[in-house]
Structures are given as C-alpha cells and as structure tokens.
Design a binder for this molecule. Structure first.
Ligand SMILES: *Cc1c(COP(=O)(O)O)cnc(C)c1O
Length: 401
C-alpha cells in the first residue's frame, strides 16, 4: 500500500484520507434527502391565519407542495386551520383529493381535453380564464349530471391568466346563463408585484379587482369567495385579504419579500432541510484544479470532499463556486462547477471529515446552516425556484407529524 507523510511526520497509509468513513449518517435509500418539518408547516399556517383577519386560508400545494410533498403539507395546513387547498395543475388536484378528505380544492391549469368530468365528480373547483374552458367544463358537467363549481379569474393587470376587463361582464353573463351546468362560486385574481408593496401596480390591481367583484355581483353573481392575496400581499398587509388568502411560499417558511424581511421577522420558520453526505475525501496539493472546466484551484495543500448531489438532483448549476453549505459546524462553499450528479467542496487543510459525514445544503438556518434564500442569492434566482426544482426522486423524510 502506498504511504505518505502526514502533517505530523508519521507514515500513514494513503488510504488514511480516502478511506476515512463515518457510517453514522449512512442514508438508507439515496445519498440526498429532504427532511420536512410538518410542525413548521402547521405553525406557519397558524401564524398566517392570525394575520388574515378572518379570511379563509387556501394552502397552496402546487409543484408538489413547493417540492415539500403536496399531501403531507396539505394535511398539516388543514390541521392548522386551512379550509382550502390549491394546486396549479388539474392532475395534481386529482391526486391531492385522494389524500386529504373533503377539504375544498381549487385548480386552474389545464389544456383542452383535460379530465374535467373527473374533477367535477371529485368536487374539485375549477378556475376559469377563457371561454373555451367555460364551455368544455359546462359540457363535462352536463355529462356528469351535476354542476361544476368555478372561480372566474379576472386579469387585473398581470397579463398572464385571467379574463381581460373588457370581456369580464360578457364572461360573467355567459357563466350565469349556464345555470344548470355551472355554479359560479368564486371571483379571483393574482398580483404581479405584491413583493414590491410601493409599486403602483399593486393598488391598480386592487382597484380593478374591486371593480370586477362589483360588476359581477351587479350582474347577479353570488361569489362565495373573492380572493387575490398571495404570501407577499398577506405579509405586507396590502389590504387585499378579501374572503380568502392563498399563501404558498410563506407557508413553507420562506420570505416572499427577502429584501424587506426574513422568515423570523415574519414569524415563519423554513420547513425543509436538504442534506447529503460526503461520499469521498481526499488530500490534494496546492494548485489542484477542481471539476469541469477546472474553474476552482486549491490555494494550498488541502482536503477535498465529494458530495453526491448535482443539478439532476436540484442543485442549481448556477450555484457553482458560489453556494454555501455546512459540513459539521463549518460554513463552506461549493468548489468548482456543479456537475449532473455531484459537486466538490474544499474542506481545508488538515480537515478531519470522513466519508459519510453529513452535509447540509440548506435548512431553517438556526444551526448556522445556509437557507434556501442563501442558495437563491448565490445562484441568481429566488427561493421559489430553489425549492420547487428539487425533483421527485429525492426521498422526503417527514418529522413533526
Ligand atoms: C403560486 C400562487 C400563489 C401563491 O404564491 P406565493 O407567492 O407562493 O404565496 C397564489 N395564487 C396563485 C394563482 C399562484 O399561482
């Protein structure tokens, strides 16, 4: 076996570094896991409900619950007082329905040919932004022999989904005229700039929303729920809570207004900790290039660690040479490019870390570990994207149930 001199001058096997193993944190299934604290989801939901001034709470679990797991998070939110659950994709609503009992569900993303009849049979409310959708949903309702509950969406200025104001009254009339097939229960919209409370568009959208509600009611609609507030609108107290609020990111404990306030300032706690392990440790000389493109070079003789998590696992490639991680109690940084399945960390000269030692990519931050917001900043994106791109194959471990 080749030997080399340790810093203390003793001969030791070369394998002294590459062979160092810590079996304690061995992961059972896959060497990355997302630990989701359902108690944090319940506490965040309860805290947001207190801010909502009597409005109902829709737990937003789109994108698999911002990748925390839609059904466990929906259940936790319902335990804390949520009465509605929201998914973007209709197919996700069908899946969530099977896991949450009879809480109300709203879904709004689908394309022509979507399984509207199944949604109607499973008591799922449908957001409607287009005439084709109204007609297809009415046809499905007639087929099912029961009315579809719909929420008409007004485009108050975001220019994405929603009925343009010039067509609003015509759409309300069309929906009300289908009274056997269509039950208009909601009027809703979405803010473009609620994270920038001084942006004049916020007030402009609120004004258009109030107009749309009044115009709809004047034409005979009886909206049971009128709703426009996302996390940022609720937390900045935009005065837009109406009958229901629809927070997503804040329920998972991240701030939608990170330049204004962090989670702790808002009474929130991040629910997810993303962790992996060191899969390989090795000593290298000063000047060693690291990972594709050799964009990192060691400054001194040092120890490198390999972490078996890459962009296929949701680690942003833009985090190369930038994102912070925690190893033991040390805050370190990704060294070199993030690869498809792994990245490297420079553990520093004299490191005593072992293969199998835990690496925290992000967590709530209370043990000094980085947060998803830190990752967002390091990789030029937002916490929403850091979270929601964690793929399905990463095992979720639920605590606080
Ligand atoms: C995602 C989404 C929300 C929640 O947004 P957050 O900023 O995460 O609170 C609310 N409403 C709609 C229509 C959405 O798409």
């Amino acid at each position: 076996m080749p030997t080399r001199r340790s810093e203390h001058g003793d001969a030791e096997p070369f394998a002294g570094t590459i062979g160092r193993v810590n079996p304690v944190h061995a992961f059972p299934a896959f060497p990355i896991q997302a630990v989701v604290d359902l108690e944090a989801i319940r506490a965040n939901t309860a805290s947001l409900i207190r801010r909502a001034g009597g409005a109902q709470f829709m737990a937003m679990v789109k994108a698999r619950g911002y990748a925390h797991g839609a059904i466990p998070c929906a259940r936790a939110a319902i335990e804390a007082g949520a009465t509605w659950v929201g998914t973007a994709q209709l197919v996700d609503a069908l899946e969530v329905r099977a896991g949450i009992g009879d809480a109300r569900i709203l879904t709004w993303l689908y394309a022509p040919g979507a399984p509207f009849a199944r949604a109607i049979e499973q008591e799922i409310d449908l957001g409607v932004s287009a005439l084709w959708a109204l007609e297809d949903i009415a046809a499905a309702a007639r087929e099912c022999g029961r009315p579809a509950r719909i929420h008409l969406k007004i485009d108050t200025g975001m220019g994405r989904a929603g009925i343009p104001p010039v067509q609003w009254e015509e759409m309300v009339d069309a929906a009300l005229a289908m009274d056997e097939a269509i039950d208009v229960v909601g009027c809703w919209s979405h803010f473009a700039c609620a994270d920038d409370p001084d942006n004049p568009s916020v007030q402009a959208q609120k004004d258009v929303f109030a107009w749309a509600v009044a115009a709809g009611e004047a034409r005979g609609a009886r909206f049971e729920v009128r709703h426009i507030a996302n996390s940022a609108a609720l937390l900045t107290d935009a005065g837009a809570n109406w009958d229901m609020v629809r927070p997503g990111l804040a329920m998972y404990g991240l701030s939608p207004i990170p330049d204004i306030a962090g989670p702790a300032d808002l009474g929130l706690r991040p629910a997810m900790r993303l962790e992996s392990v060191l899969s390989l440790i090795k000593d290298v000389s000063a000047g060693q290039g690291v990972s594709y493109g050799l964009t990192y070079r060691t400054e001194s003789d040092t120890t490198l660690g390999v972490v078996p998590a890459g962009y296929a696992d949701g680690v942003p490639r833009h985090a190369s040479n930038a994102a912070p991680i925690q190893v033991g109690s040390r805050r370190l940084r990704i060294a070199g490019r993030v690869c498809m399945d792994q990245f490297v960390v420079d553990l520093g000269p004299g490191a005593v870390d072992r293969a199998g030692d835990r690496v925290i990519l992000f967590g709530p931050g209370d043990d000094g570990e980085p947060t998803a917001e830190d990752w967002a900043r390091a990789s030029g994106t937002i916490a929403y994207e850091v979270l929601s791109r964690i793929p399905q194959h990463i095992p979720r471990v639920y605590v606080g149930d």
